[in-house]
Write a protein that binds this ligand. Structure first.
Ligand SMILES: Nc1ncnc2c1ncn2[C@@H]1O[C@H](COP(=O)(O)OP(=O)(O)O)[C@@H](O)[C@H]1O
Ligand SMILES: [Mg+2]
Length: 316
C-alpha cells in the first residue's frame, strides 16, 4: 500500500540539524509534495531517499526495502532529478540517454525502446539528435526527468523540478509527469515552494521547516484547517430587528469561525466558503433581504504556506 515509509529520520551536518525526527508515508501511485522554505531540509531528505546520503537515525523503506542495507535493489526502484541539471550539454539527448541506460545496465534494445517512448512523452523526440546546449531550460529539465525514468522506477523523486521555469513550462511538465504516473503507476515524491501547482495535483502534502514536519494532509485538509475563506455580502440597509434575526441564524452555523454583521455588509471567515455562501444567500433572500453583491475569497495553499512559515520564521 505504501511505496515509501520514512520513520523517525534525523540527519545533522557538523552542528547543523538538517532533519529532526521526520516520519511520513507515501502511498503507491500517489503524488506526494514536500513543501518548505530554503534550508528546511527538503534536499537532504530527497538525497537520503535516493540512497545518496545516509541518515544518522531512523529508517527509510522504498518498496519495503531498507535504503541503507538494500542500496543496490533500492536504486533500481528509484529515479531522481535534482534541481541542478545532470545532463551533458555537449551531447545530444540520445547520447545522454545512452550513457544513463548503460549505467543502469540496460540492453541496447531496451534503451532504444524506452528512450524513444520517453522522448515522445516529453515532446523531445524531434530535438533528440540536437546538442543539449541548444535546449531551453524547460527542455533540459524535461530531459533530466526523462533520464530518471529510463529504468522504469517505481518511485520518482523530484527536488524542485519546476524552479526557474516559466509558468507555461511548469504546467507542461506537470501534465507529462502526471500522465506517466497514471500510465505506469509511478509514485511521485516532489519538493517545491510553488505551492499552488500542487493544489490539484498532490494527493498529500507535508509541510517542513527547520528539519521538522509541521503538518501532513491533503491540500483540502490543510486549507480547511486554516478556516480562512472570506465571505462578504453587501445588501440594502437592514433594520435592527433583521440584524438580530440574521445574527441568531449565523450563530447557529458551526463552520463559521468569525463574523461581523453591519447594517449594509456581512463579513464571515469560514472553512467552507462556497457552502456557507450559498446557504446564507438562500436564507437572506428568503428573509427578503435585498442583496447588492457578494464576494468569496477562498483560502489557497499559499495561505497555508504563509500561515505556517512566515509566523514560524518570525519566531526565530
Ligand atoms: N552537505 C552539507 N553540509 C553542511 N550543511 C548542509 C549540507 N547539506 C545541507 N546542509 C544544511 O542543512 C539544512 C537543510 O538543507 P537542505 O536540505 O538543502 O534544505 P532545502 O533543500 O529545504 O533548501 C540547511 O541549513 C543546509 O545549510
Ligand atoms: Mg533544496
Amino acid at each position: 500500500m505504501y511505496e515509501l515509509t520514512v520513520n523517525n529520520v534525523s540527519k545533522s551536518f557538523a552542528k547543523k540539524v538538517a532533519l529532526n525526527n521526520v516520519s511520513l508515508k507515501v502511498r503507491k501511485g500517489s503524488i506526494f509534495g514536500l513543501i518548505g522554505p530554503n534550508g528546511a531540509g527538503k534536499s537532504t531528505l530527497t538525497s537520503i531517499l535516493a540512497t545518496l546520503t545516509l541518515p544518522n537515525e531512523g529508517t527509510v523503506e522504498i518498496s519495503n526495502l531498507d535504503v541503507v542495507s538494500k542500496v543496490n535493489k533500492v536504486r533500481k526502484k528509484v529515479g531522481v532529478t535534482f534541481q541542478q541539471t545532470t545532463v551533458f550539454s555537449t551531447g545530444t539527448a540520445w547520447e545522454n540517454l545512452w550513457i544513463a541506460g548503460k549505467m543502469y545496465g540496460m540492453s541496447t534494445t531496451k534503451i532504444m525502446e524506452r528512450g524513444e517512448h520517453l522522448l515522445k512523452e516529453f515532446d523531445l523526440f524531434q530535438a533528440s539528435n540536437d546538442l543539449v546546449d541548444t535546449y531551453s531550460g524547460g527542455m533540459k529539465r524535461k530531459l533530466d526527468i526523462a533520464i530518471s525514468l529510463l529504468h522504469t522506477p517505481d518511485i520518482l523523486l523530484l527536488d524542485e523540478p519546476t524552479a526557474g521555469l516559466d509558468p507555461e513550462s511548469r504546467t507542461t511538465l506537470w501534465q507529462i509527469v502526471t500522465k506517466i504516473s497514471q500510465d505506469e503507476g509511478t509514485t511521485i515524491f516532489v519538493t517545491t515552494h510553488y505551492l499552488e501547482e500542487l493544489n490539484h495535483l498532490a494527493t498529500e502534502i507535508a509541510l517542513i521547516n527547520n528539519g521538522k514536519i509541521l503538518d501532513i494532509g491533503t491540500p483540502k485538509e490543510l486549507i480547511n484547517k486554516l478556516a480562512a475563506d472570506q465571505i462578504e455580502i453587501h445588501y440594502r440597509k437592514l433594520d435592527l430587528a433583521n440584524i438580530h434575526k440574521i445574527e441568531a441564524y449565523i450563530s447557529n452555523l458551526k463552520e463559521i469561525v468569525r463574523h461581523e454583521i453591519k447594517p449594509t455588509v456581512l463579513t464571515i471567515m469560514t472553512s467552507h466558503g462556497q457552502q456557507i455562501l450559498s446557504e446564507l444567500l438562500k436564507y437572506l433572500i428568503q428573509s427578503n433581504v435585498e442583496i447588492k453583491f457578494s464576494e468569496l475569497k477562498q483560502a489557497t495553499l499559499n495561505d497555508v504556506y504563509l500561515a505556517n512559515f512566515n509566523e514560524k520564521e518570525a519566531e526565530l
